[in-house]
Write a protein that binds this ligand. Sequence first.
Ligand code: GLU
Length: 304
Amino acid sequence: MIDFQNVLDEIHNDLKLEKERGLIATYIPELKKQSNTSFGIYLNTISGENFYVGDWNLKFSIQSISKVLALSKAITFENKNIWKRVDVEPSGNPFNQLSLLELENGIPRNPLINTGAIVIADILVTHLKNPKEDFLNYVRHISGDQSINYNLEVAASEQKTGFNNYAAANLLKSYNNLNNDVDIVLDFYFHQCALEMNCKQLSNAFYLFANKGKCLNNNQHLTSSQVKRINAIMLTCGFYDEAGEFAFEVGLPGKSGVGGGIVALLPNDFVIVTWSPGLNPKGNSLIGMQALEKFTTKTNRSIF
Ligand code: GLU
């Protein structure tokens, strides 16, 4: 039996005083307010145990991690048709790179880079009656937590400065891969990215991806085949142009966000979330990646 609490405590102790903590994302002005010393971990096992350490209960902006949740909802509406509009290949490029979209005639490389996530947002705007409210309710439902909310200052901050995302959405529109108005789709997308959660809430939200599509409340949201595909996309595309490095070091499917969160999971076994806002040059949490490498090494648990 592994003493998970002891493993988390050791990792936290090893890394909490580490001087090299990466840089907080500043391109979304609201994110500058985070403290670079924040560091939390939360582990949720499928057998119903949980373990946590550090700042696991402080809320942070989940940013790109929301792209997996949006994809999981969009799949329930369109299933395989999604893949006519978005591909499933790693991009090998930063999350906001636009040139690939031109080379590939308006079909984004995958749903976890911004262009792909904007297409997914478009699908949700088409299918949801009150997109922002309904999506929030979905996230609250799968997490079993009604207190989860959007941070409206973060959404507004990104709306003001999201020139690259406006360019992406306009480009998609010019290739007929956006059915709704650019402003409406981006308003939804900026809110989705501005979801605020702590490590526990995020870990609960991702439980269904480790549990064959059944959330903590035992409701079946996705088929095991849909979960297989979403986990495959997380493994190959979840870490910007560092997905290979994450698979190599950590060996789990997962997703990171520029708010410094990382969620990773081992199907049928556990979900783990780390949060440390300083990012490495590729945009992934520096301390979070180190913590997860230590976790899978110490526990010998990974998909490989
Ligand atoms: N809202 C951010 C953007 O679109 C998400 C970036 C991220 O976390 O990768 O720029």
